[in-house]
Each structure stands twice: as structure tokens, then as C-alpha cells.
Design a protein around this ligand. Structure first.
Ligand SMILES: Cc1cc2nc3c(=O)[nH]c(=O)nc-3n(C[C@H](O)[C@H](O)[C@H](O)COP(=O)(O)OP(=O)(O)OC[C@H]3O[C@@H](n4cnc5c(N)ncnc54)[C@H](O)[C@@H]3O)c2cc1C
Length: 465
């Protein structure tokens, strides 16, 4: 037995698993390319162990032992990441946060809820919903992802246009740093006390520490909700409608615009062929929701939007968290993935067209489409889906070519390369286009300062030097 394994077992006993089923189940995340290489029979080796501490102190002990034995640590939450942030190799230890689970404190007076970082998102939302509150973060993967994973990837929920993204919802964090020390941000509604150190952990993807506790600032559940939808002549007009809705200050939690292909796919019964569907959820105090719904309807109609049957939005709600099975698609000969990017309103339609053109140039491409699901005062995201059928031998290269095309289109237009899925392995080569060479160097120095031996999730986030 290796020395690190012996030390982990001596200190943490049953929290250490080495059976093949555990190692296999924790080896990777939901990255389509990892699943494809597994399916093609090119699986990588298994990690040394999976450690599932049940307290912050145990997590800190596991980190100190791994560090003392110069052993790489791969933090894993729900494993729903789609960028290859979790891909544990031989001689590496997976630190699962799933033992740090559950609601620890609910403060109804101050609207605060503290969870172990390994709490599944749906469990966290259900726990506060039972008392009449909401966290307000509804990623499609809410049942598959942990609240610590949301922090580590800067996840974004379907209601983000009103409620914000993970960084807007968290109040306080606790994390084990790479040296085994425990960092706790000060629980206060706002601070002008130097840089916000929570930001070091937000989007750190397991490279700068293990998030162990998360406190959210809650909202009471909305008193009233209104659903409505409009379809437009084309995607560009729909984008303009979104811009005009957001600009004066309306904030529907759900604002989602689908291009003609996706509108046809999702709303065949309610969207005429060739038109782009824009759906809204308005919620809050009844008077606010009603005023917003009325004002938004005026804006949409002025831009030629035709009201759609309300069933459109009900259908979206019914299917909004459906999870695709990559494997079933591979079996049909299809390689599929999604890529989300973001830019300002001015360039959004150009980015849409340029990215689709890149996909269409990939041999074997059978479909490419997009929607926009998160809107801001100065721009929005685009969420692309591509599918190619290049034959078994061409699947990996078609996958890589689609990603390369999308990243190059974003770089050429000065757009953001990742709206909410993170960087992981799939985007790290393009980090310099996002933050510039000095930005990459700054990130390297932060990493070097906190994790000088590079033991926390090596191979993720930072490009090769
Ligand atoms: C079907 C589907 C739909 C999705 N929809 C959305 C969506 O709507 N919005 C969205 O933002 N994302 C979405 N995702 C992506 C994914 O769910 C998010 O990135 C999520 O935040 C990952 O959480 P996780 O707990 O599963 O993390 P994991 O996959 O386990 O890990 C992701 C990364 O975070 C690190 N990490 C995880 N936990 C911690 C921790 N406690 N401390 C430090 N590092 C940690 C890991 O090392 C890894 O680098 C979707 C994924 C799927 C499969």
C-alpha cells in the first residue's frame, strides 16, 4: 500500500474508499468528451482513492496528508461539470464533498441559510422551500450538482436575469486552502475591507482550495407568477426585444430566446416555422409581476412579436431539467455538446452567426442551434448546441473542431468564452483570449502563492505554460 493511502486510512478510516466501483464512479464529471473517450474504449486509469470527509476538520486533514505526500487532489461535488474539471488519474486522490451535506442553519430573520458544500442543489432548495424561501439558483442540473460546485464553477440558474448568478447569491463561504488551513469570509451583507476574498474561490474549479460551507442570502418565495411568450420574425429581432426589456429596468427572472431551429424543436405546436420564440416568467409581489408583464408585452408587440399560447411556457417548465444521455446519442452515431459564451448586445447576433458558420464548416455536422438564457443590462449569453455524425473514427476530431470553431469565433469578436459552465480542460487553452496574457500570469501567481506544488486539480483552468 502506498504511504499516502496508509496515512489517509489511519487518519480517516471509513472515509477512504479504494474499491473499483467507487474509483470508477468518481473518476470524472459529465464532460461529453470524457464520456466519449470512455465509450470509444480509451478510458484513462483510475485514481488511487476517493476520500469523503464528513467535517471541515476531516477535509483539512485529508488535504494536509495529501500535501505531505506530494499527492494531487481532485475535488468533486456532484460530478455534473461539463468541462472536464474532474478527471482523476492514477496516483491522484479524489476529495468528495458529498459527506459535507445538509442544511446547517436557517436564519429566517436575516434570510440566511448555511449548507455543507456537498449538499445537492435540489436538496438545498427544497430545504428552504419548506419554510417558504428560495435560494433562487435553478441551474438545469439542480438535481445533479452541489452548492459547493456552484461556487467553484460560478454556476448560473434559469432565474438569473432577476436574481443573479451564484456570485450574487452567496453571503459567506468557508474553504480548506491547499496548505490545510481553513478560510472563512466574514458574514456581513457588504464590505469595503480590501479585495473580496470569496472571489478567489468563485470559479476556482478546485484549483485553489476546497469549498466546505456555503451561506446563501435567501428570498421569500414569490407571491405571484405570470408566464407569457412571443415569437419574432428572426433571432436578431428577439435579441432586440430582450435588450429593450432589460434596458429600462424590467427584470423577469426567466428571459429565454430560442432561434428558429430550437423554437421548432421545443415549441412545435405553438411556434410557426422560421420564427424565434421568446419566453418570460414574471414573479414577485402581484402588482410588480402584473406591471412588468404588461410593459414587456407592449415592448414585444412593438417589435412585431406575436403572442404565443401560454402552453409554450408551461411546456418549457415541464421539461426544463431534462438531462441528455451522451451515451444514447453516441450509440446513434452522434457526437453532441453545448457551448455557452457571452457578449454585449451590439455583437450578440454577429457572434450567433459567426459561431454557427464555424460549426457548419465541420465535416459531418448535422445540426447547430442556439438560445439565449441569461440577460444583463449590457449584453447576454448564447448557448449553442452542436451535433455531428462523422463516423466512429471522426467523432473526437469533430468534437474538437466544433469547440475550436466556437472559441475562435468568440475570440475574433472579443466575446467572453464561458458564460456559466466554467473552463475545466475544454477551454483552458483559450484562457489568454479571455483575460489576456497578463491575466493568465496573474492567475498563475495566485496559484503559485496558494498551491506552490500544484497539487490541487492540476491540468484545469490554467493553460500550459
Ligand atoms: C444536464 C446538465 C445541465 C447543466 N445546467 C447548468 C446550468 O443551467 N447552469 C450552470 O451553471 N451549469 C450547468 N451545468 C454544469 C454543472 O452542473 C455546474 O457546473 C455545477 O456547478 C457543477 O457542480 P458539481 O457539484 O456537479 O461540480 P463537479 O462537477 O463535481 O465539479 C466541477 C468543478 O468544480 C470543482 N469543485 C466542485 N466542488 C467543489 C468544492 N466544494 N470546492 C472546490 N472545488 C469544487 C471541481 O474540482 C471541478 O473543477 C449543467 C450540467 C449538466 C450535466
Amino acid at each position: 500500500m502506498s504511504k499516502v493511502l496508509a496515512a489517509l486510512e489511519a487518519a480517516l478510516g471509513d472515509a477512504v474508499a479504494t474499491d473499483e466501483a467507487s474509483l470508477r464512479a468518481h473518476r470524472r464529471d459529465y464532460w461529453s468528451r470524457s464520456e466519449l473517450t470512455d465509450w470509444l474504449g480509451e478510458s484513462a486509469s483510475l485514481p488511487l482513492a476517493v476520500v469523503t470527509p464528513t467535517s471541515t476538520a476531516e477535509m483539512a486533514e485529508a488535504v494536509r496528508i495529501c500535501r505531505a505526500h506530494d499527492t494531487a487532489m481532485i475535488t468533486r461535488g456532484g460530478g455534473s461539470g461539463v468541462c472536464g474539471g474532474v478527471l482523476a488519474g492514477r496516483d491522484q486522490v479524489v476529495l468528495s464533498t458529498r459527506g459535507l451535506s445538509g442544511l446547517e442553519q436557517l436564519d429566517e430573520h436575516d434570510l440566511l441559510a448555511t449548507f455543507g458544500a456537498g449538499t445537492m442543489g435540489a436538496d438545498a432548495e427544497n430545504a428552504v422551500a419548506a419554510a417558504g424561501y428560495t435560494i433562487g439558483n435553478w441551474p438545469q442540473s439542480i438535481a445533479l450538482s452541489t452548492v459547493g460546485g456552484w461556487v467553484a464553477t460560478r454556476a448560473s440558474g434559469q432565474y438569473s436575469t432577476a436574481y443573479g448568478n451564484t456570485e450574487d447569491l452567496i453571503y459567506d463561504l468557508e474553504a480548506v486552502l491547499p496548505d490545510g488551513s481553513i478560510f472563512r469570509s466574514r458574514p456581513t451583507p457588504r464590505a469595503a475591507a480590501g479585495p473580496d476574498l470569496r472571489q478567489l474561490l468563485l470559479g476556482s474549479e478546485g484549483t485553489l482550495g476546497v469549498v466546505t460551507r456555503v451561506t446563501f442570502s435567501l428570498r421569500p418565495q414569490a407571491e405571484h407568477g405570470i408566464r407569457q411568450a412571443f415569437h419574432f420574425e428572426d433571432f436578431a429581432t428577439g435579441i432586440e426585444a430582450m435588450r429593450q426589456v432589460i434596458r429600462p429596468g424590467w427584470r423577469p427572472p426567466v428571459v429565454r430566446l430560442y432561434d428558429a431551429r430550437e423554437s421548432r424543436r421545443h415549441f412545435r405546436d405553438t411556434c410557426p416555422k422560421g420564427r424565434a420564440m421568446l419566453i418570460f416568467l414574471h414573479e414577485g409581489p402581484r402588482a410588480l409581476a402584473e406591471a412588468e408583464a404588461a410593459a414587456v408585452a407592449v415592448i414585444c408587440r412593438e417589435l412585431g412579436g406575436e403572442p404565443a399560447d401560454r402552453q409554450t411556457v408551461d411546456d418549457w417548465f415541464a421539461h426544463r431539467n431534462t438531462v441528455p444521455s451522451w451515451r444514447e446519442l453516441f450509440e446513434q452515431g452522434l457526437v453532441v455538446d453545448t457551448i455557452e459564451v457571452a457578449t454585449d448586445w451590439r455583437r450578440l447576433n454577429d457572434l450567433y452567426e459567426a459561431t454557427l458558420a464555424r460549426f457548419e464548416a465541420v465535416p459531418g455536422l448535422v445540426a447547430a442551434s442556439a438560445h439565449s438564457s441569461h440577460a444583463y443590462r449590457s449584453g447576454a449569453n448564447l448557448y449553442f448546441t452542436f451535433a455531428a455524425a462523422p463516423g466512429r473514427d471522426g467523432m473526437l476530431s469533430a468534437y474538437d473542431a466544433c469547440w475550436q470553431g466556437a472559441m475562435e469565433a468568440a475570440a475574433e469578436l472579443g466575446a467572453g468564452i464561458a458564460h456559466h459552465h466554467g473552463i475545466g480542460r475544454v477551454r483552458r487553452a483559450w484562457m489568454a483570449t479571455e483575460v489576456g496574457a497578463p491575466g493568465v500570469e496573474l492567475l498563475r501567481r495566485v496559484k503559485q502563492a496558494l498551491d506552490p506544488d500544484g497539487l490541487m486539480n492540476p491540468g484545469v483552468l490554467l493553460p500550459d505554460s
